[in-house]
Design a binder for this molecule. Structure first.
Ligand code: PMP
Length: 398
């Protein structure tokens, strides 16, 4: 059975060439079944009731936390459910960020998604911090040769994307961690574009925080995770206050629960968490060495095809080393929205625009790009359809 056949939406629409998984992936039947099972046989609130359904819902929710912890080779206490990468980064910007003082510095890079830029600018303005950015190389990578210049004794946190959502470049986290350790800074990784490509030993990376979203890794929307090293989470105050995150409340004061529930105020996205747990189990049953190899073979085919189209400029590494299947390109004289619209006529779903990375677009003097992202269910026919559609776009627009 083709992997694609496990995805009801793709199986039901054979003319669709879905190359927009970097925005949201499709969802396999195994995940849809897990969510449906919860909603039809176990639905109740969690951590509250003692009736049979409430206990089943709590067990399913906490079981999902175990599945995710296994996927990350982490402890369950280190898995905080959030609504996604954006919420996870904002949580750190508040809870960790409120421990910072005027003059402390945070380092990001010029290729970050807005969700790893704006929360730090807001924190900078709240607390009088300094925010600095590592530059981006011509190849579309974070320029780590500048670490020694940008990371200083004042640096308290380095926050970088593991894989760029525009160029597909994967950062060498070992170098970043070494640089952070040398000055006693923490490291936050935005893993939104990395997690869809297989299990990862997150504690083994040596970082302090790792954020990702379920909807990009075959799970429902509105669920994500902040992994935080135990000592870090234990030292952090809560971000949101409310039900579930407490040990004891009086009208005068509140004693907070330990992590992870300290950071999960209010009724969580229970079915989303169960869906994400199921996605981790589903992913855990696949051979990711083989899948990533196939994704990169398709990436190579796409890069080769793009190199043959006059007027196309690829924004990102042209080789296959230290990159994943995120491929952005600009067609001279054509707006990326128009390119995406013509591709859509060929059944090709690509993203066109600035990809929430305007500073990176400024760096390359572009308003936007067309982006194809390659997932395990993509096949040669998807790349062929994109290149045929692009040929028409070039004839009509360029
Ligand atoms: N970081 C990166 C690298 C992303 O690609 C995205 C999603 N486009 C995000 C952060 C934000 O993710 P979410 O919208 O799910 O919070």
């Amino acid at each position: 059975m083709r992997l694609k056949d496990q995805f009801p939406l793709l199986a039901g629409d054979p003319g669709l060439h879905y190359l927009d998984s970097g925005a949201s992936s499709q969802v396999p039947g195994a995940v849809l079944d897990a969510v449906s099972r919860f909603e039809t046989t176990q639905r109740a609130n969690v951590h509250r009731g003692v009736h049979r359904l409430a206990e089943a819902a709590t067990a399913a929710y906490e079981g999902a936390r175990d599945d995710i912890a296994r996927f990350l080779s982490a402890a369950r206490e280190e898995i905080v459910f959030t609504s996604g990468t954006t919420a996870a980064i904002n949580l750190v910007a508040h809870s960790f960020g409120d421990g910072l003082a005027a003059g402390d510095a945070i380092v990001i890079s010029g290729l970050e998604h807005h969700s790893n830029i704006v929360p730090w600018q807001m924190l900078r303005d709240r607390r009088g911090l300094v925010l600095e950015a590592l530059p981006v190389t011509e190849e579309g990578r974070i320029d780590l040769s500048q670490l020694d210049r940008v990371v200083t004794k004042r640096t308290r946190l380095i926050a970088l994307a593991h894989c760029s959502n525009v160029t597909g470049a994967v950062v060498d986290l070992g170098r970043v961690v070494a640089s952070a350790k040398a000055v006693g800074a923490a490291v936050l990784v935005d893993g939104a574009q990395r997690m869809p490509h297989g299990p990862l030993d997150v504690p083994g990376l040596g970082v302090d925080f790792y954020a990702f979203s379920g909807h990009k890794m075959y799970a429902p929307h509105g669920i994500g995770v902040l992994w935080g090293r135990r000592e870090r989470l234990e030292a952090m105050p809560p971000f949101l206050g409310g039900g579930d995150m407490i040990r004891r409340v009086t009208l005068e004061k509140t004693e907070y629960a330990p992590p992870p529930v300290r950071f999960e105020a209010g009724t969580p996205n229970v079915s989303g968490a169960i869906g994400l747990g199921a996605a981790c189990r589903w992913m855990g049953g696949l051979d990711w060495t083989e899948i990533v190899q196939e994704e990169l073979r398709l990436t190579g085919c796409l890069l080769d095809g793009l190199a043959r189209v006059p007027g196309v400029r690829v924004l990102g590494p042209l080789g296959l080393q230290q990159r994943l299947g995120v491929v952005s390109f600009a067609l001279a004289g054509a707006h990326p929205h128009d390119v995406s619209q013509i591709l859509d006529r060929h059944g090709v779903a690509c993203r066109g625009g600035h990809h929430c990375a305007q500073p990176l677009m400024d760096r390359f003097d572009l308003a936007g790009t067309t982006r194809a992202t390659i997932a395990p269910y993509n096949e040669d026919a998807d790349i062929d359809a994109l290149l045929v559609g692009l040929d028409e776009a070039r004839r009509l627009l360029a």
